[in-house]
Design a protein around this ligand. Structure first.
Ligand code: HEC
Length: 147
């Protein structure tokens, strides 16, 4: 009896994992352009290593502490600012989707322009965004500007 229970719960667990997997694949699969896809696949790995701890794998953030990226009016409003937030961090009050946030996001000084480009190509081409490729040259320009 116990073994059957164990078997059923394992199956349920596997089923839950595979539905998750499908949802993730479908976000990347919605990208048709090959170059965008190449950047986004690597960007997804980098996103999961550098951003998902806080913003979550699905980009929905964490309550009133961590703002969402999926969706975020703040992120859509200024692409260059997002590059600077990733590289240099962000602190002070900001308003995302009408909600006030005020926690520090750490800088990522070791991320290269190409890595930032890939992360940004990923987050700007899923979750309903369609910006196309954001490349390393653009990141270089974005980082020169000040807010
Ligand atoms: C340690 C937690 C943490 C990590 C890791 C982190 N962030 Fe953030 N992020 C925050 C917090 C907190 C804010 C809000 C800052 C404030 O209140 O001024 C923020 C703000 C933002 C914003 C602007 C607000 C919005 O929701 O649009 C963007 C875009 C963003 N982060 C993207 C990223 C990306 C991309 C990465 C990975 C390279 C990343 N963050 C990694 C905590 C984090």
């Amino acid at each position: 009896m116990y073994r059957i229970f164990f078997l059923i719960s394992s199956l349920l667990f596997l089923a839950a994992c595979s539905t998750n997997e499908k949802r993730e694949v479908s976000t990347l699969a919605s990208i048709k352009d090959t170059k965008v896809l190449q950047y986004a696949i690597e960007g997804k790995n980098l996103y999961e290593a550098y951003c998902a701890n806080c913003h979550q794998k699905d980009g929905t953030g964490l309550g009133k502490l961590i703002p969402p990226l999926n969706p975020s009016d703040y992120m859509v409003e200024d692409i260059g600012r997002t590059a600077r937030i990733i590289k240099y961090g962000q602190s002070g009050e900001i308003i995302v989707n009408g909600q006030v946030y005020n926690q520090a996001m750490p800088a990522n000084p070791r991320l290269t322009n190409l890595e930032i480009a890939r992360i940004m190509t990923y987050i700007y081409n899923i979750w309903g965004n369609k910006e196309g490729v954001i490349d390393a040259n653009q990141i270089e320009e974005f980082l020169k500007k000040k807010d």
